[in-house]
Design a protein around this ligand. Structure first.
Ligand SMILES: [Mn+2]
Length: 445
């Protein structure tokens, strides 16, 4: 399929019709979506509706930005269990392809050609269905009316016609070069990635729906893990309860490897070995989230494995919580992540007292990472330097890590930026020491 795409790129790049020449008449392109979504549960991803209005609007916005030219976007490819060390799932759609189609099919290519604001041709190319292969893979989406109905794209064609159609494309040709290597012809290809990245920063209603759902599932997992935790458990046993909570609530997969770090491991930011046996008195830092519908949450809770914070643990926890709240209260359109980081550090600085000894707790030795980042299809999503706008979704995750005391605390919540401030999305997971102790006191002993 890579070969098919490469040939198509060459076909556009060397087509007789270049940007400087007059365009051939565009084939009629009925862009109107075809009716309502019909569930085809036998097909991969098809139990899940595509928001065909949202994807059409994203495609229109992209082509308006481009003005004139051809866009080629390749779908993801199934990984090979013999070669790629597949651990979880052998297929996840390419983010760029998903953004413009919400179709979870493999080896497809989306081709869009803009000859002007009112002349945009969109074609979805799909591999043929192969009944003998479908005995192995299950039913696949093919170049037929089912694909048209699901995608809302009126023109669906077999992948082997890509090259011929690409000859009618226009220069410049845009591809997401960050994800696909096109070899010697890359000089002739413009990079689509920066344009798509800028579009992905502010989430539309469909994306916010997906993020809310990923967050809700993640919250359910965190609650399940806190309920299950007992001193003497291995970290992986807490992880099992956590991920049971994700999967049994419909998670597609993990957003990233689950971090369940107890005692000394609570101070290692990206600890995910999860093999230590917990002891009473440990804090557990649990940084884990689910992906749903291609979007992932990012949530961290810190709790005492025995269900009761010590006075010292509570004091550090409350300082982190206060810093997070101060940052949340400062969220509004126009502010930057860097400025919010400053707000959180200033709060910690002003309220540290002697909690962190000679230094204040905001010192880089103790709070040794940034305050947060956008989330979306990537857990560290695009747009971290952009001033906040309504519709951006970010994390706020201050932490204090005292290695000498084997005491780490991080609290991470997902926050939607609104016109006037912000909305907590992950507040369903107990966030204060009182709420955590209350939840854990209800456990069966
Ligand atoms: Mn994070």
């Amino acid at each position: 399929m890579r070969t098919a795409l490469l040939t198509a790129v060459i076909a556009v790049a060397f087509s007789a019709e270049s940007a400087s020449q007059s365009a051939a008449p565009a084939p009629a392109s009925p862009a109107a979506p075809i009716g309502a979504y019909t569930v085809v549960p036998q097909l991969p991803g098809m139990g899940r509706p595509v928001d065909i209005a949202a994807t059409a609007s994203r495609r229109r916005a992209l082509m308006r930005r481009i003005g004139r030219g051809t866009v080629l976007i390749q779908a993801g490819h199934e990984r090979d269990i013999e070669q790629d060390y597949v651990q979880d799932n052998d297929f996840r759609q390419d983010n760029t392809f998903y953004y413009f189609t919400e179709i979870e099919t493999q080896d497809a290519v989306l081709m869009m050609t803009a000859r002007g604001p009112d002349s945009i041709e969109t074609i979805l190319f799909l591999p043929p269905r192969t009944p003998s292969q479908e005995r192995w893979t299950g039913l696949r989406l093919g170049p037929d009316s089912v694909a048209m109905r699901l995608s809302g794209i009126a023109k669906v064609m077999p992948i082997d016609s890509l090259e011929a159609r690409a000859r009618g494309g226009l220069q410049p040709v845009y591809m997401p070069l960050g994800h696909t290597r096109v070899g010697a012809d890359s000089a002739r290809v413009s990079n689509l990635t920066p344009i798509v990245d800028s579009m992905r920063v502010v989430k539309d209603a469909d994306e916010i729906m997906r993020l809310r759902r990923a967050v809700d599932i993640s919250v359910a997992g965190h609650i399940a893990a806190m309920r299950a935790a007992r001193p003497g458990m291995y970290e992986y046993q807490i992880e099992a309860a956590l991920e049971d909570g994700f999967r049994s609530n419909g998670a597609d997969r993990l957003g990233y490897p689950s971090i369940v770090g107890s005692g000394p491991n609570s101070t290692t930011l990206h600890y995910d070995v999860n093999r230590r046996k917990t002891e009473t008195g440990d804090l557990v830092v649990m940084d884990a989230a689910a992906e749903w519908g291609q979007y992932t949450a990012d949530v961290t809770r810190t709790f005492p494995v025995n269900g009761k914070f010590t006075a010292r643990q509570k004091a550090i926890y409350d300082l982190v919580l206060g810093a997070q709240q101060a940052a949340f209260d400062a969220v509004r359109p126009g502010i930057t992540m860097r400025e919010l980081d400053g707000v959180a550090r200033r709060y910690m600085h002003d309220h540290s007292g002697t909690l962190c000894g000679e230094k204040t707790c905001d010192d880089r030795e103790y709070f040794n990472h940034g305050l947060g980042h956008p989330i979306g299809m990537d857990v560290h999503d695009v747009g971290i330097s952009r001033p906040l706008e309504p519709g951006m979704v970010i994390t706020l995750e201050p932490g204090i890590y005292l290695e000498a005391e084997k005491l780490g605390v991080r609290i991470e919540d997902d926050v939607l930026v609104t016109a006037t401030g912000a909305e907590w999305l992950s507040a369903g997971a107990p966030r204060t020491t009182d709420a955590i102790e209350r939840l854990m006191s209800g456990r069966d002993r």
